[in-house]
Ligand binder design. Sequence first.
Ligand code: BJW
Length: 240
Amino acid sequence: MADMPMRNIVILTGAGISAESGLATFRASDGLWEDHRVEDVATPEAYARDPALVHRFYDARRARLHEVEPNAAHLALARLDAEWPGELLIVTQNVDDLHERAGAKRLLHMHGELNSGWCLACDGRFAWVGPMGEEAECKVCAAHGMVRPDIVWFGEMPYDMDRIDEALMNADLFVSIGTSGAVYPAAGFVQTAKYRGAQTLEINLEPSQGSIFFGERRYGPAGLEVPKWVDEMLAGADAE
Ligand code: BJW
């Protein structure tokens, strides 16, 4: 991997990095929730049509966070974050909190967070613990029934796109971990980074939809492959 000096790393993570912690991915055979595809519950239209159903989906997933722990892949990325001497940004599509619980600091949640609420009355965003349901009270303006999960649904703009674009423009290495490459704009990051001259690496259980765009591909469970890759990166950094 390291045949040129690398300072700036952008790491994109998806549901596959949390699979070994016990969280279901979206597009595997166990990815259906109460027989609904994520595309049927993660849209503003689905929320307008049946808010109770969408709240049930997110309340169940928020509750599940208390039953799971970061795995070896989250811990390895947190170690890389702490020890890597150059720029580094972990961009996660995941709405779980396993990266931060592992200790990662240079982290963005581009699709929002389960532990956050968004008030449609005052536009406030705030930490949320426990079930939200339809009648939740806004912690900023106290309006009732206007709080939705602070999650980026299909058709909505992901968070922090300017910061992500800037990091991709300056990246020497782009690494994609545990994502199917089915959802844009994240699925296009590899091409942006490559166009700017970055090396590219995919770590996944199997080739993703965008695997052909990656210069290097490593296939296996993230809990094994990510710690191995992080060890190599940090050994290379020490040697420089
Ligand atoms: C392991 C493993 C192990 C398993 N170890 N690996 C037509 C063409 C192109 C684009 C569009 C289009 N029509 C509409 C669009 C845009 C749309 C889109 O991409 N749709 C596609 C379905 C085609 N995108 C949007 O609407 C986005 N917004 C947008 O585009 O705004 C406009 C814009 C314009 C210009 C610039 C920027 C923006 C918003 C997307 C919001 C996605 N939201 C969701 C749900 C909300 C969050 C939640 O509830 O959790 O986010 S969808 C769902 O998919 C979730 C995920 O973050 C996202 C990606 O899934 P991910 O993480 O890749 O999971 P899986 O299950 O798909 O894959 C897991 C992988 O792990 C697999 O490959 C396994 O093999 C692997 N794996 N175990 C390693 N142990």
